[in-house]
Design a binder for this molecule. Sequence first.
Ligand code: FAD
Ligand code: NAI
Length: 493
Amino acid sequence: MSLRAVGRGCFRGQALRIRHFAEERDMSESFDVVIIGGGPGGYNAAIRAGQLGLKVACVEGRETLGGTCLNVGCMPSKALLHASELYEAAASGELNSLGVEVQPKLNLEQMMKQKDASVSALTKGIEFLFRKNKAQWIKGWGRLDGPGKVLVTHADGTETTLQARDIVLASGSEPMPLPGVTIDNKRILDSTGALALAEVPKHLVVIGAGVIGLELGSVWRRLGSEVTVVEYLDRICPGLDDETAGALKRTLGKQGINFKLGSKVVSAQASSAGVELALEPAAGGATETLAADYVLVAIGRRPYTEGLGLETVGITTDKRGMLGNQQHRSEVPGIWVIGDVTSGPMLAHKAEDEAIACIERIAGHAAEVNYAVIPSVIYTKPEVASVGSSEQALKEQGRAYKVGKFPFTANSRAKINHEAEGFVKVLADEKTDQILGVHIIGPSAGELIGEYCVAMEFAASAEDIALICHPHPTRSEALRQAAMSVHGWAMQG
Ligand code: FAD
Ligand code: NAI
């Protein structure tokens, strides 16, 4: 279902309230900045613009602010990952082994309810931040209407024209469709459907061994599903450091996720009871069938530019439908682009960084996003976190580098907590010792990577980290030991 169709599904009462609001509004108000899209790109841009004293409006067509991330992405997925991890710790006997005897019973309805309540609190939090920073939310779908103009269509069909000196496009992304596998969000799901199932699938087939597939595959496996992940390539998580991806695949395999690598789904037949998939080897060959009661299609996301009115100002997209940018400027003066709708990793914190830099530039300040230091995290158990170059990327660049590795089995805190799977791997320039990339698979990897982001922003060497006092006993000591290992003197492993 398109974002607009979701937005149109509002209640009559809400539509009336919106109409009332529209009638009261100055029908062609002028702003310094109008932002289209209220996700992490758009809402952070609106807040920063408000802080800088710019008169700002953010046009968002959903019923709530927060975009994909808060409504159907980062936040609901993390809510289910957290709850399902606790459920599994109880159901697998892990808690019993610690002397905490429990007999858990899954209440899926409550698990979904607490997720929805958290999401609702977070989206309302953005509304509060808008009020606090004098950013105006214009509820409706916006489209460019020639230079300096945004036409907003409200849920009741009325329209408002906004004038703006600068316009920021932050319309985000949507799931990539797979030909032959039609998403109905009944049996064949996108991530939004897989975050809201009313029952635990007996057999969930996930198409795509990327971030969404592995996170949501983990959720449903923990809650009792058999999970099969079908991946076109002969590896999982393309782009992730090879060794780290290999370790993640092994550990997820041990947890019970089945992988069918080098395979493509060529068709899917959905019925009220389930789905029958036809699979072929990626390189071609004999077809096999696979039956599932639910299928999750997670083969990537694509920029969302539907109905943005790009043609009214002469902006074009590339072959993938993506908007180009030069330091957040589109090809048309006064129109800017940030977040998933433009190049770079499709991550909420990348959208946020671009939002800040873009608004600072609009306000006439200097600002830069350092694309070399954008961390990424996969919230499986154990977590995987990376920043900077992978080992294979350094090899391709012909860069001479050193590797320091430290296993969590040798980290006292991880060991005492019985979560000693994984390692920290630091890649540093052979001559200068500058840190070039860090890959962590292990407990709280997503929190740990922040230290190396700071280090890399300050162009630190591995030796800098090796010589910094870290608290004991913490997992962060593994970060220091890995840096020591770059120079061959890890003391505890
Ligand atoms: P979006 O968040 O997509 O927001 C764009 C908004 O624009 C939408 O609300 C849309 O309704 C609105 N819009 C579009 N067109 C118009 C229009 N014409 N008029 C008005 N409004 C419009 N990233 C992470 O960093 N960490 C994670 O853990 C993470 N988990 C994820 C889990 C899932 C299941 C998914 C799907 C994504 C996840 N992401 C995660 C990615 C993250 O959600 C995106 O990178 C981020 O939301 C991009 O922000 P954005 O503002 O560019 O776009
Ligand atoms: P992805 O790009 O992470 O992974 C897609 C996977 O599908 C790849 O492994 C790809 O090789 C595979 N694939 C592509 N076509 C295929 C086909 N026809 N058959 C089988 N496999 C195929 O995309 P995903 O998981 O959909 O996530 C989309 C975006 O959302 C990502 O870019 C990610 O950055 C973001 N996201 C981030 C999260 C995080 O930061 N923790 C969590 C979830 C999503």
